[in-house]
Design a protein around this ligand. Sequence first.
Ligand code: FAD
Length: 483
Amino acid sequence: MASLPKGEGIYNVVVIGAGTAGLVTAAGTAGLGGRVALIERNKMGGDCLNFGCVPSKALISSARLVQRIRQAEQWGLRKIEPQFAFEEVFARMRERRAKIAPNDSQERFESLGVDVFRGEATFVSPHEVKIDNRRLRAKNIVIATGTRAAVPPIPGIDVVPYFTNETIFDELRSKPESLIVLGGGPIGCELGQTFHRLGVRTTIVQRGDRLLPREDPDVTAFLEDRLRSEGLTIITDADAKSVRRTESGVELTTDNTTLTASALLICSGRTPNVERLGLQNAGVESDAHGIKVNEHLQTTQPHIYAAGDIAGPYLFTHMADVQARVVVRNILMPLQFLRQKIDYSVVPWCTYCDPEIATVGLNETTATKKNIEFHVIRQDLAEVDRAVVESEDYGSAKVLVAKGSDKIIGATLVCESAGDLVHEFVLAMKHGIGLGKISATTHAYPTLAELARKMGDKYNKTRLTPTAKKIFTWLYRRQIRYE
Ligand SMILES: Cc1cc2nc3c(=O)[nH]c(=O)nc-3n(C[C@H](O)[C@H](O)[C@H](O)COP(=O)(O)OP(=O)(O)OC[C@H]3O[C@@H](n4cnc5c(N)ncnc54)[C@H](O)[C@@H]3O)c2cc1C
């Protein structure tokens, strides 16, 4: 079977889309000995590599250093204005991205035994997909077509120049004087802070009453304070009403203000890539969020699966990866009862602002909405010695434990390296390790990881009832009496 010419015969799996979900599905299937075809209409690697995580985090890294240089006095150095050329920061971002790109390249996937096709895939029937004039037949098909920036239908938007995540990293030729970022979710906040730090006067315009609406209000308030203290303008409760081109850029009118800037970046949500898939020819149903799937990630046609952003509900690279692994396994299983259910109980995510905001499980808002009784353990970064010596002693962390126990039901960290630190709680939640056990685990001093242990200690202190303390005091006194 493996020796069949490319495109001929029947594939075990045809994968549509070579972003994270598609790549992991293709590599996993080929690795297990399956015959697999992978179809991509744009760039190998999808959003994460080309227009998402990788370029954004590379820019964030430069912007972070720029900011540290600006604040050099905090480290006992002389205050200086950082010297940099905007274009060179962008060139470095592209160079870093190019270093990662070979992992996702056509050559690499062909070397893994995957037949890669470049072009747009459309269903012809439930077992057949067409790319240009070619047809591929498959036992199973995986839809991994991702999402793209949703452009809101604001009057005037068709005639003004604007950027989205798909264009800003490669088509922005020089530093704009000023930027309006439309949308205050994770992408808008990360890029807004980054551009502002790189010398672009930035305004974030948010429709709702606060940034990062999925996070707890105190977390949002902290971030808004930080961003404002760096000089960003944040406008909330602002519904964009119209936009028009001006001599120097764009003018955006909302229901409460009119703003002008040299450039406009749209970060106001995502829309699923379903339109040109010909889903009706395959009997696959979709809605406004993407392809409808069951808990095994099967679509309304059980032999057709969906994974990644197109299946949702979490639009993260790591979830695309997790879902793809489940799909690979489920395709191999001959019977439905053997198929794995996707588990969304412990999903971490991080907004890579500075400081980072990382969350796993429930926060105070979601736990309250679910009527779950909980107790919150808080820890200020100012009490973590490593944070103090690093001049990173701002931010805080909170862990939610189920009332009356040390069972962790969620954690939110707002601090330097929060995206890394949160994984101690991810592991603990996944494997039922309570906060008491974290307290009993040796953490090296001085590290930011001590944050977790300190919260464990705080939890233990809540267990010291007045009666227990009386008993301990009695024991201490007794020791001395008999010396
Ligand atoms: C600015 C930005 C920053 C982000 N940062 C992070 C982050 O730090 N961490 C994180 O976890 N997530 C981040 N994300 C989200 C992350 O990029 C996505 O969750 C991830 O890329 C989803 O992978 P996917 O495989 O589902 O889809 P995609 O990566 O979108 O891949 C889908 C692919 O399918 C192709 N395709 C679509 N239709 C067809 C068709 N008909 N035929 C052939 N090919 C087709 C597309 O061209 C695309 O390459 C970020 C996103 C953005 C926009």
